[in-house]
Design a protein around this ligand. Structure first.
Ligand code: B12
Length: 305
C-alpha cells in the first residue's frame, strides 16, 4: 500500500517541533505544503519532515523563519552544513544544555538562576555563540510557548529583563578604539520590541564597532540628529512587531531623506513584511547573526576604501 504521508502528530515527534509551530510556519510563512487526507487532515511526506527538521535546526542556529521559509530544501541542507562549519569549538552539547537549563530557570521564574546560567555560557561559549545558539533560540521558544499558553506573560518578562540587561552590558561595557566605525542602533517609531536591536548592537561591538544604542521607537529627526552628533557610519534598525503598520514605510522614507547617503541595515522577524519600503530606501536586510556580521564588515570595507 502506498503511504500518502504521516499525520501532524508524527511530523511533530520526528521534527522536534510542536504541532502549533508546524501549522504556524505553514500558514504564516508558507514554509511547507503538506498534502491532505480525504477528511482534509494534513499529511507530511518523509521529505517534508526532513524539511521541518532542517528549518528547526536553522532557526535554532539563529536564522529567522521569515527569512528562510522560502529556501529550497537543498539550500536548507547547505545552510545546515555552513552553520555547523562556522560554529565555535565548544562541545556540541554545551549550547543544548545551556538552552535547556535556561528554559527550566524561566519556567521556575528564577531570574537569578537564568542570569547565572547565561554568565556560565558566556564564559564557555563567548558572546557571539552565546547569542546565536542560546539567547536567540530561547527568546523564540519563550515567544512560542507564550503564544501556545504554556508560559505566562510573567515568564516572558522574567526572561526579557535578564536578557536585556545582559545584552545591554555587552554593548555598554565595551570600549572601542578611537578610529572604530560608529553604528547608531534603534527601532523605528511604533516598534517597541528591543531585543533584536540589542542583539545587533552587541554583535557590532563584538566586531569592533563603537555603538550608540538609543533604545526603541525613535523618530526620524532624532535618529538623524544622533547620527550627526556621533558622526556615525551606519544605522541599524530592528523591526519585530507589528508587521502591518501602515505608517512604518513613511518613517523609513523619512529616515532615508534625512540620511541620504548612509548605509542602513535592518532586521527582525517582521522586516520581511516591509521589504518593499526597505528595498526602496536601499537597506540591507539581515535575518541572522552571521548576516549581521557580513553586513557590518561590508560597510566597514567600503569605509576603508
Ligand atoms: C520579548 C517580547 C516582548 C516584550 C518586549 C520587551 C522588550 N523590551 O523588547 C513585551 C512583553 C513588551 C512584548 C509585548 C508584546 N508582544 Co512580544 N514578544 C517578545 C518575544 C518573546 C521576543 C521578541 C524579540 O525581541 N525578538 C528579537 C529577536 C531575538 O528575534 P528575531 O526578530 O528573529 O531577530 C533575529 C534577526 O532577524 C536579527 N535581527 C533582529 N533585529 C535586527 C536588527 C538589525 C539591525 C539586524 C541587522 C538584524 C536584526 O537578529 C536576530 C538574530 O537571529 C517575541 C517572540 C519572538 N519569537 O520574537 C514576542 C512577539 C514578538 N510578541 C508578540 C506580541 C503579540 C506582543 C504583544 C502584542 C502582546 C500583547 N498582547 O500585549 C505586545 C506588543 C507590544 C507592542 N506594542 O509592540 C508576538 C507577535 C506576533 C506577530 N503577529 O507578529 C510574538 C512573536 C510572540 C508570539 N509568538 O506570539 N513582547
Amino acid at each position: 500500500m502506498v503511504n500518502h504521508g504521516f499525520p501532524i502528530a508524527i511530523a511533530a515527534r520526528r521534527s522536534g517541533l510542536s504541532q502549533h509551530v508546524i501549522r504556524a510556519w505553514e500558514k504564516r510563512y508558507g514554509a511547507i505544503q503538506p498534502g491532505r487526507s480525504g477528511t482534509k487532515r494534513r499529511l507530511y511526506s518523509d521529505d517534508e519532515i526532513e524539511r521541518l527538521q532542517l528549518l528547526r535546526r536553522a532557526t535554532q542556529s539563529g536564522h529567522s523563519i521569515g527569512n528562510i521559509a522560502s529556501l529550497s530544501t537543498d539550500d536548507l541542507r547547505v545552510l545546515a552544513v555552513t552553520d555547523t562549519g562556522t560554529r565555535d569549538s565548544a562541545p556540541p552539547d554545551t549550547a543544548d544544555s545551556l538552552r535547556e537549563a535556561s528554559l527550566e530557570a524561566i519556567e521556575r521564574l528564577d531570574g537569578a538562576g537564568l542570569e547565572h546560567i547565561l554568565q556560565t555560557g558566556l564564559a564557555t561559549l563567548g558572546r557571539g555563540p552565546l547569542m546565536q545558539r542560546v539567547i536567540v533560540p530561547i527568546i523564540a521558544e519563550v515567544g512560542d510557548k507564550w503564544e501556545q499558553g504554556i508560559l505566562r506573560v510573567a515568564h516572558e518578562h522574567c526572561a526579557t529583563s535578564v536578557i536585556r540587561t545582559l545584552l545591554g552590558n555587552f554593548v555598554h561595557a565595551h570600549s572601542a578604539t578611537s578610529n572604530a566605525p560608529v553604528l547608531v542602533v534603534t527601532t523605528p517609531p511604533g516598534q517597541l520590541h528591543e531585543l533584536g536591536a540589542l542583539i545587533a548592537a552587541a554583535t557590532a561591538t563584538d566586531r569592533g564597532w563603537k555603538v550608540l544604542y538609543l533604545g526603541p521607537s525613535l523618530p526620524a529627526e532624532e535618529v538623524a540628529g544622533a547620527f550627526a552628533v556621533s558622526k556615525a557610519d551606519a544605522l541599524a534598525l530592528s523591526i519585530i512587531y507589528p508587521a502591518d503598520d501602515p505608517a512604518l514605510p513613511g518613517h523609513l522614507r523619512s529616515i532615508r531623506k534625512l540620511l541620504p547617503n548612509s548605509p542602513i541595515i535592518a532586521g527582525g522577524r517582521s522586516a520581511h513584511a516591509y521589504s518593499a519600503a526597505l528595498s526602496e530606501i536601499g537597506a540591507t536586510v539581515c535575518g541572522s547573526i552571521p548576516e549581521i556580521v557580513r553586513a557590518l564588515d561590508a560597510v566597514r570595507a567600503t569605509r576603508l576604501q
